[in-house]
Design a protein around this ligand. Structure first.
Ligand SMILES: Nc1ncnc2c1ncn2[C@@H]1O[C@H](COP(=O)(O)OP(=O)(O)OP(=O)(O)O)[C@@H](O)[C@H]1O
Ligand code: SF4
Ligand SMILES: [Mg+2]
Length: 370
């Protein structure tokens, strides 16, 4: 079966510095040979530290910027060969939501205008029926239809993100790229937005590329995870396999930094040696070698491409197979106990309403009849 999205050897570099005559003098390889697939109705999480190229991958996949090399296929169609008309049609099928919903919503437009715009742009709903569709979209994301008259500043952060999600849903996309969708939100609101995204995925069969620097967030939504480091994917696997048994030393270090709320769970945190290198001049060979506890000479000079095991778990490390088992680093009990999960869930349910402002809060999950 054809994957919904198939990305192969994608590369993009940016000019980082120019001479006083405007000649480029330094480059950043923001995306450096990235390949992955996204299946319909599934979530691929792309994780990694700030500046590793996550947002650049997102923009490339939507053709908001052009790649220097590589291919992108959406339902088997070559995205890079599409003309303006085909690209316009593709924009209906793939949408993006950003970290800061306030910046992405026009403050001078009402919610009705914001949600009507894509309906008109793509000629999806006749003018007379647009208001009803807007109200339907609001219900879908757990907001009251009467909110359509209001402006973005009248909402809390979590509600604004719901409006941004409703706008993305207006065109009935198959893929939504969520670029750090909960990073700017209060911790108590995050789980509500994650639940909403998961709920919408189940109901509408959406696929997500979920971009985050936070593995703890990703854990609750991903089917598959790709770990990026300096423009390259260093490990990719089914989420369960990656969280249970990360293979690349960089993934292990990221995972070991997730806070453990269970006070009895012991975790040996992997402390990374050395400074984070500059993206302008990443270390040769394996980009992680200056911080890796397992470095050998070969790592300093030779890049290792991703090698996939028969189970689909792919890793880019020269010392794969020689490393200590991950259980030594990520203990099996490093998760919430069922009792604590229930307590946290109850706590977050109780606190989403605690946002100052005059807008009423609704049930946080969309009602089944919407
Ligand atoms: N338009 C641009 N011009 C020059 N450099 C850029 C441009 N866009 C991104 N970069 C650089 O490319 C690298 C990757 O940036 P990108 O925004 O994709 O990272 P990111 O993983 O999304 O980071 P963050 O987690 O901080 O959002 C960074 O070093 C960034 O400075
Ligand atoms: S290739 Fe070498 S430096 Fe890179 S992660 Fe593996 S052991 Fe560490
Ligand atoms: Mg980013």
């Amino acid at each position: 079966m054809t994957a919904l999205l198939e990305v192969k050897d994608l590369a993009r570099r940016f000019v980082a510095r120019r001479s006083i005559f405007g000649r480029p003098t330094a480059f950043i390889n923001a995306v450096d040979g990235v390949s992955f697939t996204v299946e319909a109705g599934k979530t691929l999480a792309v994780v990694g530290e700030s500046g590793c190229g996550k947002s650049t991958v997102s923009r490339l996949v939507l053709r908001l910027i052009e790649p220097d090399a590589g291919s992108i296929r959406f339902e088997g169609r070559d995205l890079l060969a599409m003309d303006a008309g085909q690209l316009r049609a593709f924009r209906r099928e793939a949408q993006i939501i950003f970290q800061d919903p306030y910046a992405s919503l026009n403050p001078r437009m009402t919610v009705n205008q914001i949600l009507s715009e894509p309906l008109a742009l793509h000629d999806l709903v006749p003018p007379a029926q647009r208001r009803a569709r807007v109200e339907e979209l609001l219900k879908l994301v757990g907001l009251e239809p009467r909110f359509a008259r209001r402006y973005p500043h009248e909402f809390s952060g979590g509600q604004r993100q719901r409006i941004a999600i409703a706008r993305a849903l207006a065109v009935e996309p198959k893929l939504i790229i969520c670029d750090e969708p909960v990073s700017a939100l209060d911790v108590s609101i995050r789980s509500q937005i994650l639940n909403l995204l998961r709920d919408l995925q189940n109901r509408l069969g959406l696929a997500y590329i979920f971009v985050s620097h936070d593995l703890a967030v990703v854990k609750h939504i991903a089917d598959r995870v790709a770990v990026m480091n300096f423009g390259r994917i260093v490990e990719t696997a089914e989420a369960q396999a990656l969280f249970a048994s990360p293979r690349h030393p960089y993934s292990r270090a990221l995972l070991s930094a997730i806070p453990v709320p269970n006070p009895r769970a012991k975790r040996s945190r992997v402390l990374l040696r050395g400074e984070m290198p500059s993206a302008l001049d990443p270390p040769a060979g394996c980009h992680f070698h200056t911080r890796c506890p397992y470095v050998i000479e070969r790592c300093r000079v030779e890049r290792r491409l991703l090698v996939s095991a028969p189970d689909g778990h792919a890793t880019a490390c020269h010392r794969m197979g020689e490393l200590p088992p991950s259980e030594a680093i990520i203990p099996a009990d490093a998760h919430y106990t069922p009792a604590l999960e229930r307590l946290l869930a109850a706590f977050t349910r109780a606190t989403e309403g605690a946002v100052p402002g005059e807008v009423d809060m609704l049930e946080t999950t969309p009602s089944a009849d919407s």
